[in-house]
Design a protein around this ligand. Structure first.
Ligand SMILES: C[S@@+](CC[C@H](N)C(=O)[O-])C[C@H]1O[C@@H](n2cnc3c(N)ncnc32)[C@H](O)[C@@H]1O
Length: 298
């Protein structure tokens, strides 16, 4: 019922401002109030929660975030949309519109400047799909004070985030995201609720950020190097994939012995390893290669 008005509103607004949407900026605007409702409910907002929104577009989601959250900082890259947003939220002290690139802005500073005094922080967004993986990794790796992230992303990528070992969707993004957060599926979203309609279906997922990573590792950098190496050459055995990376292909026998020491069969493929096994493997290798203090991961 409510779909028609939002679609009409969106089209009218864009045409009034003579804005042709840019595919290169991932501009597919959400026009379904029910889907917006699902995102909002999953975000569990209250007046103590500050929200960072990435890519507010013309503000359909922003409006609802402002209704329920204690404050909203919305970061939009397209300079044609920023004045429309500023006009729309004029006089609403809880909403700050920032013109900037979500891959570059200093989120910690935005929280300090615009969401000061709130006690919880979340990211809620219908993401521009071309930055999905790097922005999620950025948000998680920087260890921002976020309790959760609720995002609409391409369904295919959402499947990768929640994948289990040994499946085709399981990859380095899965391991990295599940290391930092617990992933839950909120909703599958068909392509027809967007203007313009994208070529793929979408999904809303919630990442509940873990107070501590899912597994303890002694050298986080090495852990992520091992994960990347294992998936870079998915069809290779661990023995082959890791010896290329860690030992320039030399000393495969030594590496096999190290793998066996931690109870991992060198003939296995990396894509079959659970997070716990990757952690055990990385810690075992750290014993032989030396460790570095834990710092930024991937
Ligand atoms: C999928 S649309 C979502 C729009 C709106 N939130 C909605 O749900 O209808 C993505 C938005 O992100 C903006 N965007 C694209 N790249 C961005 C970036 N690097 N930083 C911030 N915003 C970006 C686009 O201009 C667009 O407004």
């Amino acid at each position: 019922m409510e779909r028609q008005p939002i679609t009409t509103q969106t089209r009218k607004l864009l045409s009034r401002h003579q804005i042709a949407l840019k595919k290169s900026l991932g501009q597919n605007f959400l026009t379904d109030a029910h889907v917006i409702g699902k995102i909002i409910r999953s975000a569990e907002l209250d007046r103590e929660t500050g929200v960072i929104e990435i890519g507010p577009g013309i503000g359909a989601l922003t409006e609802q975030l402002a209704e329920y959250a204690g404050g909203v900082v919305a970061v939009e890259l397209d300079d044609r949309l920023v004045p429309i947003l500023r006009e729309q939220f004029q006089g609403q002290s809880r909403v700050s519109i920032i013109h900037g690139d979500a891959m570059k802005v200093d989120f910690r500073r935005l929280i300090g400047e615009h969401l000061n005094g709130l006690t919880k922080y979340a990211v809620v967004a219908n993401l521009p799909y071309y930055i999905t993986s790097p922005i999620l990794m950025r948000l998680l790796e920087e260890r921002l004070p976020l309790t959760h992230i609720v995002v609409m992303i391409q369904k295919e990528v959402a499947e990768r985030l929640r994948a289990k070992p040994g499946t085709k969707d399981y990859g380095s993004l899965t391991v990295a995201v599940q290391y930092f957060a617990e992933v839950s599926w909120v909703a599958t979203v068909p392509r027809h609720v967007f203007v313009p309609r994208p070529n793929v279906d979408s999904a809303v997922v919630r990442l509940s950020v873990r107070p501590k990573p899912a597994v303890h590792v002694r050298d986080e950098r090495l852990f992520f190097r091992v994960v990347r190496a294992a998936f870079n050459q998915r069809r290779k055995t661990l023995s082959n994939a890791l010896s290329t990376l860690l030992l320039n292909g030399k000393n495969k026998e030594t590496l096999n012995r190290w793998l066996e020491e931690v109870g991992i069969d060198p003939r296995r493929r990396g894509e079959t390893l659970s997070l716990e096994e990757f952690a055990r493997l990385a810690d075992g290798l750290a014993d032989h290669l030396g460790t570095k203090p834990n710092g930024s991961g991937c």
